[in-house]
Design a protein around this ligand. Structure first.
Ligand code: TRP
Length: 340
């Protein structure tokens, strides 16, 4: 704990909802950047279970996924000694600050959130207040830790902008309380698309499992999914292929897995049949995920190790968060609670 407190590194914070299966899109769009940035930032990485219950979850699945996702963060290379890794519900200050921020967020603002509009369409039988107020909980996640940088995909940019508006509003009403977080939008090309619905982003919660590559898919499943991935009626790779949906996405996946520029990949495979390229892509994918899965299995095989890391993480997080929440309560005029 003392290492972390002395640490003057700026704070990087992110979270993933424990729903569906962590997919290659999550790795490329999020986890890979976390791993790369942990040198220069103090990383706060959460499994946001409180966000996940805005849609119905099966309790046993939710419980398993929280641990499984945390183990995958570690397997991806996030160092537990140098970062703060925890499950959101283990830190009660998230719920506490979210309530306060709800009172500083306008319905007009929440009505404009595109994720709310999308999710209400998809879950018409359960448009609950939590789904609506979710951006205030996300703002709490971020503002509790005086976060400097939040890596977000395009779909979360609107929520981050709202977080800044809420923080500004609170700071202007009282006095500076929250740091204004900056978004970090990963480089273009890092967006992995669905394998079958080639115009859609790869989603870990897709109901069709052929649409995404799970980080835990065994080799035969990986090979099958790549083989079945939708391309187009051209048969061989040309310099145009990168701009085509389907094949362009597969080329960009290959580039990520092999740490190459997409144009280098095109040069390498120009003139080759799609089917041959797909075989090589599947090999790369298997080779890439094999060591990841081995590390994952080892971590999941030692639950004591995993829960130890999560306990330590939530302890550090509570310590950091309690400073912000005390400040907020004091500014609001809440009477300090007794110490006993
Ligand atoms: N809302 C994010 C998503 O659906 C997950 C999330 C919750 C998050 N809290 C966060 C992301 C804080 C970044 C920072 O993907």
């Amino acid at each position: 704990m003392s290492d972390i407190q002395k640490d003057k590194k700026p704070i990087l914070l992110s979270g993933i909802q424990p729903s569906g299966h962590l997919a290659l899109g999550n790795y490329v769009g999020a986890m890979r950047n976390w791993v790369q940035m942990q040198q220069d930032y103090l990383g706060i990485f959460m499994v946001v279970d409180m966000h996940a219950i805005t849609v119905r979850q099966k309790p046993a699945d939710l419980r398993n996924r929280c641990l499984s996702f945390a183990a995958q963060y570690l397997a991806a290379g996030i160092k537990p000694e140098e970062n703060v890794i925890f499950i959101q519900s283990h830190v009660p200050q998230h719920a506490e600050l979210a309530w306060v921020l709800n009172c500083y967020t306008y319905m007009g603002e929440l009505n404009r959130m595109t994720q709310f509009k999308d999710k209400s369409k998809r879950h018409e039988d359960n448009i609950n207040a939590g789904l609506y107020a979710y951006p205030a909980l996300m703002a709490a996640d971020i503002l509790l830790y005086q976060t400097d940088l939040v890596p977000v995909g395009a779909d979360q940019k609107q929520h981050l902008e709202l977080t800044r508006d809420i923080a500004n509003r609170f700071n202007n009403t009282y006095s500076p309380t929250f740091k204004l977080p900056e978004p970090f939008i990963p480089k273009a090309g890092a967006r992995i698309m669905s394998l079958q619905d080639v115009d859609k982003k790869m989603s870990k919660s897709d109901s069709n499992e052929n649409n995404y590559i799970s980080l835990l898919d065994p080799p035969d499943v990986l090979r099958r999914k790549i083989k079945r991935a939708v391309t187009d009626s051209a048969r061989e790779i040309t310099s145009e292929s990168l701009n085509r949906p389907g094949i362009g996405n597969l080329l960009s996946i290959y580039s990520v897995l092999n740490d190459m520029q997409p144009t280098e990949v095109v040069n390498r495979f120009e003139g080759q049949q799609y089917s041959g390229f797909k075989g090589e892509l599947a090999d790369s994918l298997v080779a890439f995920l094999e060591p990841f899965q081995q590390r994952y299995d080892k971590i999941m095989g030692d639950k004591g190790y995993l829960t130890g890391i999560l306990d330590e993480g939530s302890m550090r997080a509570r310590h950091m968060a309690s400073k912000t929440i005390s400040k907020v309560y004091r500014k609001l005029g809440f009477v300090p609670a007794g110490r006993s």
